[in-house]
Write a protein that binds this ligand. Structure first.
Ligand code: AGP
Length: 367
């Protein structure tokens, strides 16, 4: 094990650091620059079939579900197909209406998650076509689905998913451009996203290098580790990033964290806000920046400490963890990295069993 971790003390740190390479591997051989299209051989889907789908439903559990939320948003934005994500563990207990013109996408790092597998089997029993976004080659879900996209992220040993989360976002961006280019996405818009994908590995490396040089996230983590609870907020893409960030903190540091859509705060959780409850706010520099800033003003007015993750200093935040800008569809990849580091450093500061958090298994193969 020691030799596999290399220079890193934990697999979690190693896997966070491996993200530039994992993203490159997810992209390798899949971008056709000349036509701004994407080659996804494992899908086995021709133009006629792709155009026949009217909707997309994405299923996964935990971080795979949160990545699926972002994937669904990318498909809706780029392929202009109504798309939604759902927890596979809930889906399997419903009696879902399975439609032939819906494309189903099952997301799983391990390819062994029992709830996701059960959802896939139920869909197939009802005639649905399910494709997979899976990391482990030859896993049960990879064999069960009707084609799919492998992440090629390499083995993920730490219980908390990191490189598989960001690689899943990359796989969804490829799928969204692929579907979009067979529908109404222009070559220029396709190229915009594909160029941004190609730039991601070095941008993620920049985030990692900055932290290595400054230790800023580690310092913030040491402070958050002393708190009982942390609120994570964001809007649109930022909300899914916040959900994943809260999940990371909970599972590896055992500090309670709750993610809310920022606009939902005043519908209930604002009652909790005060000097004892820090907020981690995901605030990309997008069309919602001012709305997010005004939410932060409300938190500040109640003396709630705020750490923001964004592209430039965010008003009312005590500190902003700044990441490079990508295209809006791909900003979540970069915004997620400081939140992974935050959870990691909080867990280390608290002396947790970082790679094997209590009560959790890497893949949940039982109901
Ligand atoms: C992620 O940090 C978690 N350990 C967990 O939510 C995980 O993503 C979930 O159990 C799904 O696993 P899978 O991707 O292997 O299906």
């Amino acid at each position: 094990e020691d030799s596999e971790r290399g220079e890193h003390e934990h697999f979690l740190a190693k896997e966070i650091a491996e993200q530039p390479r994992a993203i490159s591997q997810a992209l390798r051989g899949r971008i056709e620059e000349r036509f701004a299209t994407v080659h996804l051989g494992g899908l086995n889907m021709d133009v006629r079939e792709a155009r026949a789908y009217r909707r997309v439903t994405v299923l996964g559990c935990g971080s795979a579900w949160f990545a699926g939320e972002l994937g669904a948003q990318m498909i809706e934005d780029l392929a202009r197909m109504p798309a939604r994500a759902e927890s596979a563990s809930e889906f399997r207990y419903r009696n879902p209406v399975v439609e032939p013109d819906t494309l189903y996408v099952a997301v799983s790092q391990s390819g062994e998650t029992a709830d996701t597998l059960a959802a896939v089997q139920e869909l197939q029993r009802k005639g649905g076509r399910v494709i997979g976004v899976v990391n482990v080659v030859g896993s049960t879900i990879a064999r069960q689905v009707d084609g799919g996209i492998y992440l090629h992220a390499g083995p993920e040993r730490s219980v908390a998913s990191t490189k598989s989360f960001t690689s899943t976002l990359v796989a969804f961006a490829l799928l969204a451009v692929h579907l979009g280019r067979m529908r109404d996405l222009s070559p220029a818009d396709g190229r915009r996203v594909l160029d941004a994908l190609a730039a991601l590995p070095s941008q993620v490396q920049d985030v990692l290098d900055t932290e290595r040089e400054t230790g800023t996230v580690a310092a913030v983590a040491a402070e958050l580790a002393t708190r009982e609870s942390v609120l994570y907020i964001g809007r649109r893409h930022g909300w899914a990033v916040a959900r994943e960030g809260a999940q990371k903190l909970k599972e590896v540091s055992y500090v309670h964290a709750e993610a809310y859509a920022a606009a939902e705060l005043k519908h209930g959780p604002l009652a909790l806000v005060g000097p004892e409850l820090p907020t981690v706010a995901v605030v990309p520099d997008d069309d919602l920046f001012d709305k997010n800033a005004s939410t932060l003003a409300e938190i500040r007015a109640r003396r709630g400490p705020i750490v923001a993750v964004g592209h430039r200093d965010v008003p009312n935040a005590g500190r902003t963890l700044v990441v490079p800008r990508s295209e809006p569809e791909l900003d979540p990849v970069l915004l997620s990295v400081p939140l992974q580091l935050l959870a990691y450093h909080a867990a280390v500061a608290l002396g947790r069993d970082v790679d094997r958090p209590r009560n959790l298994a890497k893949s949940v193969t039982v109901e």
